[in-house]
Design a protein around this ligand. Structure first.
Ligand SMILES: *Cc1c(COP(=O)(O)O)cnc(C)c1O
Length: 301
């Protein structure tokens, strides 16, 4: 609530920091590590007596460094809320995302690894009190008809979305495996190029909601790929601290050197379970060809 500070990674979808503002708390942004998730080394400097919660985001489908983050949270008596919107089923040290912190949120927006036909989401927690409160809030403050202990809102998952998700859920693991297979194919086909491929933590599984590379001449490469019928995207072109809605925080690029660098270089290549080997080959070849033509003296590191 008001007066509390919540640590949020400098690159995420805006929903992560919106959640903080929606309860009147203050977002404090933290820079990223080379895996595009909260940098544990940057967290401690941001902790003040007002800090209450850390929100790691398992961005692009790869778990944040949960062992390190949980240790910091424990040492400073902080709660951990995992944003699992992009990482359904990803693991670190064999333990699934969403089971590390005090609570976790999942999105079933149609474009996510498990998507409904409209909007839907879920929360996980092993805290019975939190579970009850979440249930109440999601259904206008009632658990049973007319027992409005508190005011809530309408965050019920509608029946049609639930039905779609029930049918799709059994396929999730298989779809994740295909995403990993496709990412490995991209990695192999782009071996030896100076393109910065996604790095995977030694103790983690990545579920590749997105396959994000880094290249120096991003805008030009993106344009040339589009001309060949290959759609790419940028997740996200502006890191959260530099968005107009947070201008009052007056952040400078030097406050988040990694996030600032990443926002200029990241490019998401097509990835989804149904991609074919031919399509991956087509994209990789086009991508490498364009990049060799670009000024490759501007090396990425
Ligand atoms: C999609 C997404 C959300 C928000 O999910 P909604 O279902 O739109 O509320 C939150 N965080 C991240 C990282 C996301 O990608």
């Amino acid at each position: 609530g008001k007066g509390d500070e919540v640590l949020v990674p400098a690159i995420s979808w805006i929903a992560t920091s919106e959640a903080v503002s929606s309860v009147g708390a203050t977002t404090v942004f933290v820079d990223l590590d080379e895996y595009y998730t909260l940098d544990p080394k940057a967290i401690e400097a941001k902790i003040t007596p007002k800090t209450k919660v850390i929100i790691p985001v398992h961005l692009y489908g790869q778990p944040a460094d949960m062992p390190a983050i949980m240790a910091i949270a424990k040492a400073h008596n902080l709660l951990v809320l995992e944003d699992c919107a992009q990482a359904h089923g990803a693991t670190i040290e064999g333990k699934k995302v969403g089971t590390w912190g005090n609570a976790a949120s999942f999105s079933f927006y149609p474009g996510k690894n498990l998507g409904a036909y409209g909007d839907a989401g879920a929360m996980l927690t092993n805290d019975a009190e939190v579970a009850e409160k979440v249930r109440r809030i999601s259904n206008h403050g009632q658990l049973k008809k007319h027992d409005h202990l508190i005011e809530g809102r309408n965050s019920r998952m509608d029946t049609l979305q639930a039905a779609v998700l029930s049918v799709k859920l059994p396929y999730l693991d298989e779809w994740s495996k295909l995403r990993v297979k496709h990412a490995n194919s991209y990695n192999q086909l782009m071996q030896g190029s100076h393109i910065k491929k996604p790095q995977v933590r030694a103790n983690a599984t990545h579920v590749y909601h997105l396959y994000v590379v880094r290249i120096p001449q991003r805008e030009s490469v993106k344009k040339q790929l589009t001309a060949q019928g290959i759609q790419t995207s940028i997740h996200y072109p502006t890191a959260l601290p530099f968005l107009p809605c947070y201008a009052s925080m007056k952040h400078q690029p030097a406050d988040f050197p990694s996030a600032y660098k990443f926002q200029q270089e990241i490019l998401s290549l097509p990835i989804f379970p149904e991609l074919t080997d031919e399509q991956i080959q087509f994209v990789s070849e086009a991508f490498i060809k364009i990049n060799t033509h670009e000024d490759s003296s501007q090396k990425i590191n």
